[in-house]
Ligand binder design. Structure first.
Ligand SMILES: Cc1cc2nc3c(=O)[nH]c(=O)nc-3n(C[C@H](O)[C@H](O)[C@H](O)COP(=O)(O)OP(=O)(O)OC[C@H]3O[C@@H](n4cnc5c(N)ncnc54)[C@H](O)[C@@H]3O)c2cc1C
Length: 426
């Protein structure tokens, strides 16, 4: 029995009951996953090593995504986009992540902005006036993306408690005539210097502000007062170019709102899957590390010496262990992305933490196993495993749901229902 070769590996991301003819995917989902596989394999992968080495942004890969019509992945169909739902989004990003994780992660930031203003907004409670206003505003944003090929980033992190969802953002927007003036600093802004618009989270200035006062504003990349600063020379995900943003009295008009005032907070409470938009990239990395190992042990990787290693029982046991970890990860991932909905019950929410944690931790664990199994020659920079290993390390560091914070939230929510406390013990 022959295994699929590297070139036919596209269908292997999904298990047979999903990847086969009666795969449970809609025709539109299947078409998009296939499109992502073709773009990833043939048009992103060739640039990946160079952008990793240079820590440079993959403009060429984004041109490919643009040409493939994928920038509008989560833009609603009535606005000219592809209208992908959360599960479709996750499958497409995971597929791209197999081929260039930094591009997939950066692209997921762009698509997340569309998701927030798109199908998540559709699920939220709004007054008729808010709904009408949001329709007008998002039409502008979506036209930029679909009509003009513009890129959106989502710089939320500030280095304080806000990105963990524990305190109001220290970046502040003051209401002024016709718009807002923004002041603050964002760190780790993927697509810094490359995005046309930055979807900045800030606090609407006022007395006694809380997270309820969060505002989601699209700041043009060339707005006076906006500066990209700081170095970028990290361990992994180097092509994301996630430098800092300084905002000094930056003016944006009212139309910059990606959600009406007050609605971002509602979204965070009611659509928790929005916090897991990074994990599909790492699911793709896990798959890529497994695929690499199989091909390496079979001596089928382009450029490697024709020495097979698959006959050793130790290698077979290691691959079996990797496969089991991959299947466990993928099963939880697929279940969780398909459960994305407004107001999930406690069980679904807890499974979401478990899924996100599992993908982020297992991506790195599978890469670690891959390196140990394939051995010294496999860690040379001429082969992609070394990059996969470094990229995989970044997932569980990413706020708001780092591995630590997933455990923190999951443990608490398993033991306390709703607003329950332990007052009786005090
Ligand atoms: C490759 C890459 C790309 C990124 N791109 C983006 C991006 O585009 N946009 C963006 O907004 N961010 C992005 N980030 C940033 C990321 O989400 C983190 O904000 C960033 O890594 C800073 O993390 P830190 O460990 O320094 O945070 P710290 O604030 O120092 O937190 C350290 C750890 O402490 C824990 N912790 C933090 N706060 C609390 C708390 N209140 N209670 C309990 N535990 C807490 C968490 O587990 C956290 O990991 C990116 C990060 C990486 C690695």
């Amino acid at each position: 029995m022959s295994l699929p070769s590297a070139s036919s590996a596209a269908s292997r991301y999904l298990p047979p009951h999903i990847a086969g003819g009666t795969d449970g995917l809609s025709t539109a989902q299947r078409e998009l996953v296939d499109r992502a596989a073709e773009v990833g394999r043939n048009r992103l992968a060739p640039h990946a090593a160079r952008h990793d080495r240079d820590a440079s942004f993959p403009f060429d890969s984004f041109d490919e995504l643009r040409q493939a019509g994928l920038l509008g992945l989560c833009v609603p169909r009535e606005h000219g986009g592809l209208g992908a739902d959360f599960a479709t989004y996750a499958l497409v990003i995971a597929e791209l992540g197999r081929h260039c994780a930094a591009t997939a992660l950066s692209f997921s930031m762009h698509v997340s902005a569309c998701m927030g203003a798109g199908f998540i907004a559709d699920l939220l409670d709004m007054s008729p006036a808010q709904r009408a206003e949001h329709e007008r505003h998002r039409a502008l944003h979506f036209e930029r993306i679909v009509g003009q090929g513009k890129l959106y980033a989502q710089p939320f992190s500030e280095g304080g408690a806000a990105a963990a969802g524990k305190a109001p953002w220290s970046t502040v927007a003051r209401k002024v005539d016709g718009g807002y003036r923004i002041n603050g600093r964002k760190i780790f802004a993927s697509l810094s210097g490359a995005a046309d618009f930055y979807g900045v989270l800030c606090t609407l200035d006022g007395p006694g502000t809380t997270l309820r006062d969060t505002l989601y504003l699209a700041v043009p990349g060339d707005a006076p007062g906006l500066e990209v600063c700081g170095d970028w020379d990290p361990l992994g995900m180097r092509g994301t170019v996630s430098r800092s943003l300084l905002l000094r009295d930056v003016f944006v008009p009212d139309t910059a709102r990606l959600l009406p005032e007050g609605l971002y907070h509602q979204a965070t409470l009611r659509f928790p899957h929005m916090f897991t938009t990074q994990s599909p990239t790492y699911m793709g990395i896990a798959q890529a590390a497994y695929d690499f190992t199989v091909q390496y042990l079979r001596a089928e990787l382009p450029g490697m010496s024709p020495v097979k290693r698959r006959m050793y029982p130790t290698k077979q046991a290691a691959v079996a262990e990797m496969r089991i970890k991959l299947e466990q990860t993928r099963a939880l991932f697929l279940q969780s992305v398909r459960e994305a909905s407004i107001d999930p019950d406690a069980d679904t929410r807890q499974r979401l933490y478990a899924a996100h944690f599992t993908v982020m931790e297992n991506a790195n664990a599978i890469c670690t196993l891959a390196l140990r199994t394939c051995g010294g020659q496999a860690m040379l920079k001429s082969l992609p495993l070394e990059r996969l290993y470094r990229d995989s390390r970044c997932g569980s560091l990413m706020l708001p749901w780092t591995a630590e914070l997933c455990l923190d939230r999951l443990g608490r929510e398993c033991l306390y229902a709703g607003t329950e406390g332990d007052e009786s013990l005090e």
